[in-house]
Design a protein around this ligand. Sequence first.
Ligand SMILES: Cc1cc2nc3c(=O)[nH]c(=O)nc-3n(C[C@H](O)[C@H](O)[C@H](O)COP(=O)(O)O)c2cc1C
Length: 210
Amino acid sequence: MSGFTMKNNKVLILFAHPAQSRSEVNLPLFRASQRIKGVTCVDLYAEYPRFRIDIKREQQRLLDHDVVIFMFPLFWYSTPSILKEWQDLVLEYGFAYGSEGNALHGKTLMCAISAGGAQEAYQRGGINHYHIDELLTPIERTAALIGMNYLPPYVLFHARTAADEQRLTPHIEQWQSIVSTLQSNELDCNALKALPMFQELQNIAKGVTQ
Ligand SMILES: Cc1cc2nc3c(=O)[nH]c(=O)nc-3n(C[C@H](O)[C@H](O)[C@H](O)COP(=O)(O)O)c2cc1C
């Protein structure tokens, strides 16, 4: 016996999209994620159409996984409402924070999002003024407070034209590569945290999984 065991991260994707019949980006991304072996994919709106989130079940899901991914379209510079409800209810005192609330310490959190606006709009002087990582600060700070490693977001801008402009397929393929990499734990999380966005890792992620 070598004594060396390769750790396989368990990845949990929490998908939040309230109008999936109109989704051109997130639904295909979620479906592609479901095809990756070993990934747990949860459709929050399908599971909780009345927002009656099963807190204990969701907490157990978190305990059972190492990497948690919030997958959603940007709505009013934020998450669709069920994902906020999920955070408010599931990340309880004594579980996620507080003197004995350390259940999530050392786990990893990242966002996979799409935005209607173009990347140029998400900068100083652009129509949205703020960079996307600044707008995701509440999630980044939440991760910090509950002891999770926060990774830079994986973002598709100008989402409504992505399919026509042949940007959607490469986005999904790269996502599958990133998830595989996260599963195999081959990326240096500390190095990643310094990056504003995951796209910049394209070549690294590809290199690792080839
Ligand atoms: C209620 C609502 C709010 C939105 N708010 C934003 C926003 O703040 N910023 C932005 O770039 N796009 C915004 N959009 C556009 C969506 O982000 C975009 O349509 C979505 O990412 C496309 O993904 P899908 O094809 O999976 O629906 C909004 C759309 C809706 C319906």
